[in-house]
Design a protein around this ligand. Structure first.
Ligand code: FAD
Length: 367
């Protein structure tokens, strides 16, 4: 069997950020195996492309720490390597006094997480900043921005290859066996097997399945992923709004918000619907629901302005009835699998956190 030092399963933004981090530190024996024909065809290209500031997550959680660190790293990377981004700023808009009170708690939480520049805005201040948005008041986050995620992945992919990493496509992992020197990995095509000393599982929506191949009891360990779909509807008219506009967050998501892309296009989304299987169709019958949510804070919008756009699926650990679940980033030594690193449940803010997840994992690899 052929041997490699480190294998990464999955070439989404997380797998690519990890290979980039490891390859730049000089390791030459790194392989990435991806089941699709190209990198980034799943969740990493089906999201809002927002660089989150880190307001929402509980203090000291991985989501909070890696979001704040990842955001700072992303802005540095973008500036240094000309990856398109815009620090557009974001407004979380409250619709009544109760929601406005909640914004004060969010501000405090964000400050505890190290988010800079958060500011509570009165109705008047909100109107001055965004005349086409209505609300009772808002929380302004100047550090939130948007990024061209395809260009980010392109950068990670090419620099990793230049540094000597091998990234192969059409290579679906279908089995993993523990062997003396590490792991034997089986690829579906030709039942090809190879050996790796360290195995990093960043398989996104399938990361629980991969953990199961390695022999872990995913239900007992709480690793089972629940698919939570998020649909988007495009706004077909130019509404003059400069900032990302969010409602106060819901239990399982940040709420259907106004997304602005790098070209200035605007869409609403994502909603959140738990599903049993993966399909990216957008249900047109959800249009009225999107409209009714949006018109509360963008009064100018009409039903005819909206048409179905894309969708993405969140790799959630949290069930509808669960409270907060953090990212799982873990070397499985205590479960008898030394050198097997699981990265599971990387829902939002996974894009933002990706460079910080990569640094965190590369420290585990060097231990
Ligand atoms: C609707 C939505 C909106 C979001 N908005 C934001 C946002 O605005 N900001 C933000 O920071 N985050 C956001 N996120 C989260 C972010 O998109 C994800 O955290 C991030 O893309 C996860 O990247 P990943 O590499 O873990 O997963 P993926 O992109 O899914 O990559 C995993 C890869 O593993 C491969 N793979 C799986 N199984 C195998 C196998 N058996 N063999 C080989 N390869 C395999 C897959 O083909 C895939 O390419 C959003 C997510 C969703 C769904």
């Amino acid at each position: 069997m052929e041997k490699v030092g480190i294998t990464i399963i999955g070439a989404g933004v997380v797998g690519l950020a990890i290979v980039h981090e490891l390859a730049k530190s000089g390791r030459k024996d790194i392989l990435v195996v991806e089941k699709n024909t190209r990198y980034g065809l799943e969740t990493s290209s089906r999201n809002s492309e927002v660089i989150h500031s880190g307001i929402y997550y509980p203090k000291d959680s991985l989501k909070a720490k890696l979001c704040v660190q990842g955001r700072i790293k992303l802005y540095e990377l973008c500036e240094k390597h000309k990856i398109p981004f815009r620090k557009s700023g974001k407004l979380i808009v409250s619709l009544d006094e109760t929601e406005f009170e909640y914004l004060h708690k969010l501000k405090e939480n964000g400050q505890q997480n190290g988010v800079e520049g958060l500011e509570i805005m009165s109705k008047n201040m909100l109107n001055q900043l965004e005349p086409n948005v209505s609300g009772y008041g808002a929380l302004f986050s100047p550090e939130t921005g948007i990024i061209d995620s395809e260009k980010l992945m392109h950068y990670f992919y090419h620099t990793s290859k230049e540094a000597g990493a091998i990234i192969v496509f059409d290579s679906k992992v279908i089995d993993i066996d523990r062997i003396n020197s590490g792991y034997a990995v089986t690829i579906e095509k030709d039942n090809y097997k190879f050996e790796t000393e360290i195995l990093i599982n960043s398989a996104g929506l399938y990361a629980d399945e991969i953990a199961g191949y390695a022999g872990l009891n995913i239900d007992k360990l709480g690793y089972r992923i629940k698919y939570c779909k998020g649909e988007y509807f495009k706004i077909n008219r130019n509404i003059n709004i400069e900032h990302l506009i969010y409602p106060v967050p819901e239990k399982v998501s940040l709420g259907t918000h106004l997304v602005i892309d790098m070209a200035g296009g605007k869409k609403l989304g994502p909603n959140s619907i738990y599903v049993d299987s993966i399909s990216y169709d957008v249900d047109e019958s959800h249009k009225t629901d999107f409209y009714e949510k949006a018109v509360r804070y963008i009064p100018d919008i009409t039903l005819d302005d909206l048409s179905p756009d894309t969708s993405g699926i969140r790799a959630k650990l949290q069930d509808e009835k669960d409270d907060f679940r953090d990212f799982i980033i873990k070397d499985e030594t205590e479960n008898g699998l030394a050198g097997f690193i699981n990265i599971i449940g990387i829902e939002s803010p996974g894009l933002t956190a990706s460079p910080a997840i990569a640094e965190y994992v590369s420290r585990m690899v060097r231990i």
